[in-house]
Design a protein around this ligand. Sequence first.
Ligand SMILES: [Zn+2]
Length: 422
Amino acid sequence: MSTAPARTPVAESTDTALREDERTAIAEHARTCFPGLLGEGGSGFDDLAVLDGESAGRWYQRTVDGARYFHSSGTSGQPKRIPWTPAEDDWYVGEKHQLFSDWLGGCRRGFISLAVGHNAGSAHLVFEQLGLAVHDAGLTTLADQREAVLSFGPDVLYCSPTTLDRLVTALGDAELLRPVRRIITNGEVLFPALRRRAQHRFGLADDAVIDTYGSTEIGTLAASCPACGRYHFLDGLYPEAVPVEDLPAGVRAPRAGCAVLAISSLKRTAFPIIRFLTYDVIEGLRRTSCGTPRFTFDRVVGRCDDIVNYGELFSTYELADLIRGWLPGAGWFVFSECNDLTVVVEGVEPTGFRDELAQRYPLHSQMVDLGLLPAPDLHFVEQFDVFTTRANLPRALGGKDVRRVVPSGLDERWLADLAPSP
Ligand SMILES: [Zn+2]
């Protein structure tokens, strides 16, 4: 028997198609801010293609007056450069303010550990405007962050899921100055087991945790609702389940009930969030009425491309290049069950491989060194075909069209007797 409070029942519809007025508003926004997207003679929503990573490429090069720039992980080894204007920053902070102000009522001290990126850059301001005293841990060691929590005594934690989990471990049953009453997470997928563990440590009910979901391109897309438990899309954002036939080559089709998410935003003017393909897979997209009618979904399931949620987004491009350089033609797979990183590579581990891997992913390596991320778990296997057969993975070694990211964990039995003895 669950003791969780009953969720508010909500009216819902399985209809996820955009209404005519929504399509018109998106086309109008594109016409005003990004006319290049409509093509010659185009004017309506149907003239707007889904904006995949390749077509979005040129927009990352654009310089926008007065904007500041954030960087996110690129799939081609090049970090993407994303402009945010002061007006967009104000809107972003205002939305967060609205999202959290009532829910954080009575809270006085906020602890932030969000590494880098647009959200990390503005979280401090959001808390300050809500009247909270703030400790922003930035990129500091886990031990320092533990000390900061113990001495600062926050009643709100605003962390990435992985950092939250490591903080829970580091804190153990240490006595807190004052109870943690609220937790906000952002950045990776907040897995249910991880959420439960944090709730248990701090003695919190379901409605004391809000998970926010967003990206550097878009800002906050959605937040988990304390009332119904589903994720609410923010106002001015229009989600679409991308039809399988419109997915770019090499992208995995989602399983039934799930959708690859494209999003249009009427809020962003410096970067075209117009049918923008997020490569995120979400489950249960539908219109519901919770407070007001809106789009909601049940959860983020993962991604449909070769980027992994590992602290910050982790593009496998550099890893692939590294393996090609050291072990030409070797097969390899990446497993990421819970914001972690496990790699199985065909062959014998070359001396210096780990060092070069660390050099190619400086931010992830820094987070591992600080204790904020688990180290990558690397396995080199000579009998790779035995491994792939056991794991039911495709055999084509070195093939370009093999999906390298396996959206599940590694079963240690697949490696039994195969890994060289330490
Ligand atoms: Zn709700």
